[in-house]
Design a protein around this ligand. Sequence first.
Ligand SMILES: Nc1ncnc2c1ncn2[C@@H]1O[C@H](COP(=O)(O)OP(=O)(O)OP(=O)(O)O)[C@@H](O)[C@H]1O
Length: 257
Amino acid sequence: MGESAVRVRGLWKRFGRQVAVAGVDLELPAGKFIGLVGPNGAGKTTTLSMVTGLLRPDQGSVEVVGHDVWRDPVEVKARIGVLPEGLRLFERLSGRELLAYSGRLRGLPGAEVDKRATQLLDVLDLAGSQHKLVVDYSTGMRKKIGLAAALLHNPEVLFLDEPFEGVDPVSAQTIRGVLERYTASGATVVFSSHVMELVESLCDWVAVMAAGRIRATGPLAEVRGDAPSLQQAFLELVGAGGRDAGSDLDWLGGGVR
Ligand SMILES: Nc1ncnc2c1ncn2[C@@H]1O[C@H](COP(=O)(O)OP(=O)(O)OP(=O)(O)O)[C@@H](O)[C@H]1O
């Protein structure tokens, strides 16, 4: 394969005096399962929003599958699927209607949308709730219907912001299976998470972000290096390896009130 799915150059975003993304350069290979990891507030969501055309960068450029996201947005949006953070869905549609709407919006023929929607609802264990309104879905069900909507047009690259948050272990395993199958066919998944074990078990490529910058990127084994786990490598990379958690909280516990 060898080509890049995503190419980011000199990306910056400030919110007032807060620098959220501070000069990110990133090249993500096609056909991989890629994890963007970093602590809370590292800038993962802001970066993904700029990469997927949802938030305009202050500076820098983003190419997805060879097209500039901000000069050529229609071309890019046709080729990507996005499950954003704080997903906003059309609450008054049923799950099935939401998929039908997304599919038609993507220009797919009605019969094809129906076929794909049935399969996705089935695989994601939503067939029994397909006629329920999205407003009545649980958090995990919302993630799954959002994922189905993002996959319906068979995108080349799928971007997922914290796809496993609020998802039970059984549903997580289902989502995982769907994504593994999808990448095995040559597509690319980029997902953000702060759950290291998950990233370590799923991804073959990682990018570590902290304080708005990329601290390391490459194949999982390379980024992990000699550390016993990705978690340990990550703590060292973000400079938290030696922090003695709770050393200042001498009043906590111990029976003295
Ligand atoms: N709309 C906004 N207005 C002001 N500050 C923002 C805004 N969005 C993000 N930030 C700030 O930018 C920084 C990066 O936030 P971002 O949400 O990108 O981090 P993250 O890595 O996704 O964090 P988490 O893992 O907690 O979701 C944080 O300091 C955050 O407070």
